[in-house]
Design a protein around this ligand. Structure first.
Ligand code: PXP
Length: 251
């Protein structure tokens, strides 16, 4: 376990931008267009978020370049920048220098069945990206499936952090298959910790399944987006975040 009495909460604000782009897709959304992912991030920080995560996708389907810059400029923010191992976004990240960057698969669609980054299958490309970010002071994490081969490849890449993909677990939630997925996650946490990696996790975590995710060992941070943005429609972002924060306390 990390020594903290709680696991850190990274709030992914992509889906605040998804809602805005539902109206503005293909058009420029002004800084006043609602909902603003930057304003959402500000409220999330007030509600107790330990960090803000955004994914600048190649197709710009939700977060736009100017959103990233505005969120990076929020006072006290720890920005985790999700990105593919692709030259254009790498150049953007090197200029921005966020506190952290998380490398995710390039063609990933936003459904829970898809996998993590295949680090073992492309060690050169991932390693080059890790080096290019590390050299400008960005802490790099790799979003990977809970698979020993991928954990070992992540370690070999030089990245200090992994984010374990909890999507298969979340998808299996409520069925007998969830136990097997939880065991895979537990083994990956143990292996990563033994290798000296910091262990984060994310995707598909919600207010219901987070208690079970919290039984995993060595967790440092959970990255949660959809559930928080969805609850915020009812409660506002501050409350949605503070309610999730309360569930990340270790008993
Ligand atoms: N972690 C990563 C690497 C992600 O790409 C995402 C968003 O898909 C999340 C965490 C958050 O997932 P969710 O929106 O399902 O909470």
């Amino acid at each position: 376990m990390s020594s903290r009495d709680h696991v850190l909460l990274g709030v992914n604000v992509d889906h605040a931008a998804t809602l805005r782009q539902a109206r503005y897709r293909g058009r420029h959304a002004s800084a006043r267009a609602e909902p603003s992912p930057t304003a959402f991030a500000g409220e999330a920080l007030t509600g107790g978020a330990d960090g803000i995560t955004v994914h600048l996708r190649e197709d710009r389907r939700h977060i736009q370049d100017e959103d990233v810059r505005a969120i990076a400029a929020l006072p006290g923010v720890r920005l985790n920048f999700e990105m593919a191992c692709a030259p254009a976004v790498l150049a953007f990240a090197r200029a921005l220098r966020p506190a952290a960057a998380c490398l995710v698969p390039e063609s990933r669609e936003e459904v829970t069945t898809e996998g993590g980054l295949d680090v073992a299958g492309q060690p050169g490309r991932v390693g080059d990206t890790v080096r290019a970010l590390t050299e400008v002071g960005v802490e790099v994490s790799l979003f990977i499936d809970p698979d020993e081969r991928q954990v070992e490849a992540a370690h070999a890449s030089g990245a200090p952090v992994i984010e374990l993909h909890t999507g298969a677990f979340a998808e299996a939630w409520g069925t007998p298959a969830a136990d097997a997925e939880l065991l895979r996650l537990r083994r990956a946490c143990e292996r990563a910790h033994a290798l000296g990696l910091t262990v984060n996790a994310g995707h598909g975590i919600n207010y219901e399944n987070v208690g079970t995710v919290m039984t995993l060992p060595w967790l440092h941070e959970l990255n949660i987006g959809h559930a928080i943005v969805s609850r915020a429609l009812m409660t506002g972002a501050r409350t949605a975040v503070s309610e999730m924060k309360a569930l990340l306390r270790r008993r």
